[in-house]
Design a protein around this ligand. Sequence first.
Ligand code: ADP
Ligand code: MG
Length: 383
Amino acid sequence: MEINLEQKFAEQYGVNPHAVYFTPGRVNLIGEHIDYNGGLVMPCAITLGTWLAISPNADGRHRLKSLNFEEQITVDGNLKHDKNGSLWVNYPIGIINELLQDGKQIPGMDFLFYGNIPIGSGLSSSASIEIATAFALNDYLNLGYDKLALVKMAKRVENDFIGLNSGIMDQFAVAFGEKDKAIVLDCETLKYKMVDVDLGNYVLAIINTNKPRELADSKYNERVAECQTALSLLNEEITLHNLCELTADKFALHSHLITDETILNRATHVIKENDRVHLAAKALNNGDLEEFGRLMYASHQSLKTLYEVSGKELDAVVDFCSTYGHVIGARMTGAGFGGCAIAILEKGFEEDFAKHLTDYYVDKIGYAAAIYISEIGNGAMKH
Ligand code: ADP
Ligand code: MG
């Protein structure tokens, strides 16, 4: 951590924190816009994340402060609270509400957050702050939840309190991640396997397009609705709970039910992307990174043309990667419409890549992207 959170906590609240916790952000290696369609995704935790220092206080109220934001909020301890506009405190407050709703008593606590995940860039700083809060309170107060219960709680906060109809992938990844492993997660059954990611002579580069975010949440909810439309049309002939129950072959037998081209494209992306995750897991197990990289490019192409969630910024990054000699795979990651891309970059070319990508990107887009080299790290933990 590049700042001394204990010291900042003491400056803020006049006492030392009793405990400090860390929860990472995540990237999804492949399997995009799949989680809410009940298919397979392949996220991993990264080494950027959110730290949370906590201490109980004497006045029975919660005091919440983040070093990333101006507003500090004080709320009554054992009362549920309404959503407060789009303030950052909604995320921890949402978790506290869930705990109260579940009958837990929470003594007044002081909270200090700090995150180094670029916020609102698709690396799941929101899941990170949710799980950081839930994990810390559960551990410190011995509330007795298992990790999966915390993941489901954080998803409810994101869906019902914040209002984003996202699937379970983000919360799952930042809670369950393990160093140098990807999680192959079935979003319908929540069964998962950890797969070794041996990058060998390559590193994981994360490229933030720095595109100002607009309309991303409403476009996201629109895609969720389009998939539901496809599902109900298919259900006229077969019984399906979600699109990812279909293989591409089986889908071809029933796709005539979808006459709207846009809806057909959305469903086609989902079903083929789900197949690609199976292939990508096989490629990793076989140590075939080149095949993995090809699947990443194919995923991006599908997200760009069929699912229409990319954009000129993400496309510029991936176009550059595909012509730069030392990248074997690249794609947008997360919901899209801006946010981040990832690339599998040959070791030793980090600086050269950053320089040439920056020149290319500034020329095309007019401002710079930010480039991080990340390791695959561990999930939520006591620091
Ligand atoms: P993403 O999850 O892609 O980073 P979101 O819009 O889903 O973007 O979540 C970002 C929001 O999460 C921020 O606007 C803020 O409200 C909250 N948040 C994330 N990290 C922090 C932090 N370190 N401190 C306070 N709030 C945070
Ligand atoms: Mg988010």
